[in-house]
Design a protein around this ligand. Sequence first.
Ligand code: ZN
Length: 200
Amino acid sequence: MQDLTEGVAQFQRDVYPAKAGLFAHLATTHRPSTLFISCSDARVVPELITQSEPGELFVIRTAGNLVPAHTPGPDGVSASIEYAVSVLGVSDIVVCGHSACGAMTALAEQHDLSGAPAIADWLRHADASLARTAAEAGAQKVDALVRENVLAQLANLATHPSVARALAAHAVTLRGWVYDIPTGVVEELDTTGRPAALAV
Ligand code: ZN
């Protein structure tokens, strides 16, 4: 905790004054361009890997970067998606998976999750991804599942009415990324799941 309080002190002393104009603008303006959906994994830092400033990314982070398909009823992920798309009007949505994802590893290696029922239930949202990688084995299975899972969550996103409406109006673009922790490489997936270098 001391690290955090020292970090806050450093932010207020060094970082905030250097960006005072930006923060003054953001005090009354919230117009992010991108809804960025990533895993909760501490090693994945959306603003760092995209070099985004405060105010640019509307971020949702879930275990395994899972986006449940739309269902009626209260759902925090759905509410955040709707707010980003319908109210804030983001033009891009990125679902970003990553290497060595604990959630995808647990599924690929069939870890015993009987002592973690909430995790087990949540990871059911990756059932379709898991089914598509049934033929894979070993370390490749985790990598394949990470990619299939990103594509599956893009499909799930499109079931949300706010996203479906924006897609129909050509007002939003969906992108699937995979971040590789040991190299820093970010791949953009095409719709068939093959990796392609991220256009820079
Ligand atoms: Zn993860």
